[in-house]
Design a protein around this ligand. Sequence first.
Ligand SMILES: Nc1ncnc2c1ncn2[C@@H]1O[C@H](COP(=O)(O)OP(=O)(O)O)[C@@H](O)[C@H]1O
Ligand SMILES: [Mg+2]
Length: 251
Amino acid sequence: MLLLLASLGGVTATVIAGDIGYAQWRENQRQRKIYAAFQPTAVPIPPNFVERPVISEMIRDRLTKRTRYEVIVGNSGTGKSTIVKKVASTIPGAIYIHPAMGGNVAATLADAFAAALNWEEQGLSWREAYSNDIIGNDHGRMLERMLEDFEHLAAKFQAEYGHPAVLVFDNINAIADKDPELLYKLQSYAKEAADKGSYKVVFVCSGGVAPAQMKSKLLSANLRWLRLLMLLQRIQLGREAPRAANAVSAT
Ligand SMILES: Nc1ncnc2c1ncn2[C@@H]1O[C@H](COP(=O)(O)OP(=O)(O)O)[C@@H](O)[C@H]1O
Ligand SMILES: [Mg+2]
């Protein structure tokens, strides 16, 4: 009897050890998948694309300079998303997030973030977790977990590459309009990351209430602005105006 119990105990221990080993393996795979999103990936270029070397260089500078977090502002249709996405796609460690307009803004942001980061919930795919109602509708918590994973891998990235990873949140005017608290939360993360030097955050917006909202907060201490006043017609004619006329940067 004792012998039987002992052998059963052995089997249980082996099963548990196997389970832990599997869980660890799965977690490593999950992290590896997220880390793969830190690698540059080419993005589709619109037809008749006009190169904008001056603006591209300014944006590259903003995405890679160490200190502070940034906001790039410019009127809707001036080509911000196209150029920021294109520049980001060439920089190792840059994750570009463009939440769709409409619907629940926390949900669309969480979806866009998960897709850009190859993100899955720990232990199961986030879709499984979502349908199992483990996450439910708490997209705020989901964002926190994604940011935790991102920060963890950003430290690994910085150690390997010698410069910080960067998160680019485009279309934040939609967030400011519908969920100002969410934008405040993102801005808090951005400031904290800038203070610690752990990673960099760049926001892109086309005016609206977002800039005023971000300026009025206590969080603006480490914040830098790039105001793009670019006329698409002008660049479409291949006459990109000189730097001073194209971009006004403050602080
Ligand atoms: N450099 C460019 N050359 C040609 N077309 C462009 C360029 N940049 C943007 N576009 C086109 O202009 C439109 C608006 O660009 P978009 O990047 O969405 O602007 P924004 O984000 O400022 O609203 C899109 O149809 C896009 O394909
Ligand atoms: Mg845009």
